[in-house]
Design a binder for this molecule. Sequence first.
Ligand code: DX5
Ligand code: ZN
Length: 215
Amino acid sequence: MMKIAPSLLSCDFTELKEEVRRLEEAGVDYLHFDVMDGRFVPNISFGLPILAQLREITELTIDSHLMIEEPERYIEAFAEAGSDIITVHIEATCHIHRAIQQIKQTGKKAGVTLNPGTSVEQLLPVLQEVDLVLVMTVNPGFGGQSFIGSMADKIQFLADYRMQHRLDFEIEVDGGVNEQTAAVCRQAGADVLVAGSYFFGHEDYQTPTSILRGE
Ligand code: DX5
Ligand code: ZN
């Protein structure tokens, strides 16, 4: 079954505890935690103190998406603060392989991601090493942007490659996911859908969870 990972960037932070309770009730799979440093992306979001408090109130898998330069400087801290999955951008470090090893040494799941302008072949040297590949379908930095349709080819490529090489990383998609674009992602072979503005635009969270799953 398709996993759903609401992006907390779009939740109501004045009611974080209640939001998490409602997400748990809706049966979502991951909490997607978007960390922005104001350098790798032109925006700043939230970081370690909020993650640590989130960890105290939920058992859900916390999926940290690090949109930060030289993420290796913070991998240990994000592991300690409670991430279950740590995903780093291939563009943010000259040592992506080392960064992935570092994540694995913490005992957490390692993810790699790429901007829309980066070709998927650049991931080939590390696909054997990762637990998750995140395909960005918008330029990272902001919620509420439109899905870039041509990125579906990357999803398809990864799904084919995974089958041919008998690998087992999850394929997650992030950016502009809604009812229509989720269908494109499912068709192309995605396993996990991140959704921010579409998801939190609903009054009840069961509805977007089942719609995105294609139920
Ligand atoms: C974009 C973030 C996304 C974002 C998704 O930089 O990585 O996770 O919050 O938001 P929507 O679903 O609104 O595109
Ligand atoms: Zn994200």
